[in-house]
Write a protein of this length. Structure first.
Length: 243
C-alpha cells in the first residue's frame, strides 16, 4: 500500500510539474517558439477557411490580406494545460485503489494537444467569419464577442472531453455532478484563480473577463445537466410502460 501511494504521489507531482513547466514556457515564449502549436493550427485553418497565411517572425501567421494575425495569444496553450490536467488528474483520482500506468501521462498530453489544435482551428475559423460581419450586427463589442466566442468554444471542447472520457455520462448517477464539478474546478483554476494570483485584477477589463468566464461555463453545465435529465426520463418511459 505504501509503495502504491508513493507511485500515485509521484505521478501527481509529474503531472503538476509538466503543467507548470508548460505554463512558464508559454508566459515567456515568442510566436517563433510556439510554432509547434501555431503551425498545425494555421494549416487546418487554411484548409477549412480557404485563406492563406504567412509566418512573420516575432509576430505570428499573417493572412495574405494583412487583416488577421494568428499570434501567440491564439496558441491556446492555457486550454492545452487545462485539458491535460482534466484528463490526467481525473484518471489518477478515478481509481485510487490501483496504480495507473505511467504511459497514460504522455497519452493524455497527446490527446490534449490534438484537442487544442482542433479547438484553436474552430475558434479562429469562427473569428474569421465574424470579421466579415458588419460591426453593428451584435449588441456586444468586438472584444466582448471575442471573449464570449473563446469561452464557449474552449469550455465546450473541455465538456466534450469530459463526455467522451466519462462512462455513462448521460445516465443519472450519484457522482455525475461531483465529476462535472471537478471539470469546472480545473477550468476555473486555470482561467480565474491563476490570473487572480498573478495580479490580473489590476488590468483593465479583467472584471468583465471574470464575469464572462464565470457565468458562461455555468450555463453550459446547466444545459448538460438538463440534457442528462432528459435522456434519463426518455429511457425510463418504456420501462414504466412495460410494467
Amino acid at each position: 500500500m505504501s509503495r502504491m501511494r508513493k507511485t500515485q504521489s509521484a505521478q501527481f507531482l509529474v503531472i503538476i510539474l509538466c503543467a507548470l513547466a508548460l505554463k512558464l514556457h508559454y508566459s515567456r515564449a515568442t510566436p517563433d517558439q510556439l510554432r509547434w502549436i501555431l503551425g498545425p493550427t494555421t494549416t487546418l485553418v487554411e484548409l477549412l477557411s480557404g485563406r492563406s497565411f504567412q509566418f512573420e517572425s516575432y509576430a505570428g501567421y499573417m493572412s495574405s490580406d494583412h487583416k488577421f494575425l494568428i499570434a501567440a495569444s491564439c496558441a491556446g496553450v492555457n486550454f492545452l494545460i487545462t485539458a491535460f490536467l482534466l484528463l490526467a488528474l481525473r484518471t489518477l483520482l478515478r481509481d485510487r485503489s490501483s496504480v495507473q500506468s505511467w504511459r497514460l501521462i504522455p497519452l493524455h498530453a497527446a490527446v490534449a494537444y490534438i484537442t487544442t489544435i482542433i479547438a484553436n482551428t474552430v475558434r479562429i475559423c469562427f473569428a474569421l467569419w465574424l470579421q466579415q460581419l458588419p460591426d453593428d450586427i451584435s449588441w456586444l463589442s468586438g472584444s466582448q464577442l471575442h471573449r464570449v466566442e473563446g469561452t464557449i468554444i474552449y469550455f465546450g471542447f473541455l465538456l466534450l472531453l469530459f463526455v467522451l472520457t466519462e462512462e455513462n455520462v448521460l445516465e443519472k448517477s450519484p457522482g455525475f455532478l461531483r465529476r462535472l464539478g471537478f471539470a469546472l474546478t480545473v477550468y476555473y483554476s486555470m482561467t480565474l484563480a491563476i490570473p487572480l494570483l498573478n495580479g490580473g485584477y489590476h488590468y483593465r477589463g479583467f472584471l468583465e473577463h471574470f464575469i464572462f468566464v464565470l457565468v458562461l461555463p455555468l450555463i453550459m453545465v446547466a444545459l448538460l445537466v438538463a440534457l442528462q435529465s432528459l435522456v434519463t426520463k426518455v429511457r425510463a418511459v418504456p420501462a414504466r410502460s412495460v410494467g
